[in-house]
Ligand binder design. Structure first.
Ligand code: SF4
Length: 177
């Protein structure tokens, strides 16, 4: 898909910042996977997280099979950024933008890969590992599940990672042909 057209189309959505990047230049850090494993309660609990998303090598190969990637952020205001429940309650707004981009901007792209923020929260109880994912076309693994460091990409592309003590910054990535 033509990047100029994408830029024109995404201007109508509440996207805070964005950049187009070459997936070949994305670093996949084993340390990011280790942090998932050691610190995230969702590790091993969801189809959208490791180890269900595949090995580090599989994830790296998956993203590098695409010639293009869009990284974008949306922001939401909260009263206290350290209040996890309040912070997570704003994720839905970000996912609405992700869904809109998928349907209205990348509608002609047969094969895209979407990575978003945090673990999939569609079902109250994830089917992992006993049964298949119930919504494989709406389940978007989190960016970190693919060992990608958002801060690393932000630094290289002049994107803001932190935007104030009461602002949640959510990131999404869309890989496309
Ligand atoms: S859609 Fe449901 S089953 Fe699939 S990853 Fe999300 S929570 Fe799990």
């Amino acid at each position: 898909m033509n990047i100029e057209n994408i830029e024109k189309k995404i201007a109508q959505y509440p996207i805070f910042e964005y950049a187009f990047i070459d997936p070949q230049e994305i670093n996949c850090f084993p340390a990011v996977r280790s942090i998932c494993q050691i610190e995230c309660p969702q590790f091993g609990q969801s189809w959208s997280c490791p180890p269900a998303v595949g090995s580090l090598e599989e994830c790296e190969s998956r993203i590098k099979d695409y010639p293009n990637a869009l990284i974008f952020s949306t922001i939401s205001e909260v009263t206290d950024l350290l209040n996890m429940a309040e912070m997570l309650s704003t994720r839905g707004e970000h996912i609405e933008v992700v869904e809109a981009l998928k349907k209205e901007v990348f509608e002609d792209s047969d094969e895209i890969l979407i990575l978003t923020a945090e673990s999939c929260a569609i079902c109250e109880d994830c089917a992992y590992p006993d049964a298949k994912c119930r919504h494989p076309h709406k389940m978007y693994p989190c960016v970190e599940s693919h060992a990608i460091s958002v801060t690393d990409i932000c630094e290289k592309n002049n994107l803001s990672f932190l935007n104030g003590h009461n602002v949640v910054t959510w990131f999404g990535m869309i890989f496309f042909n």
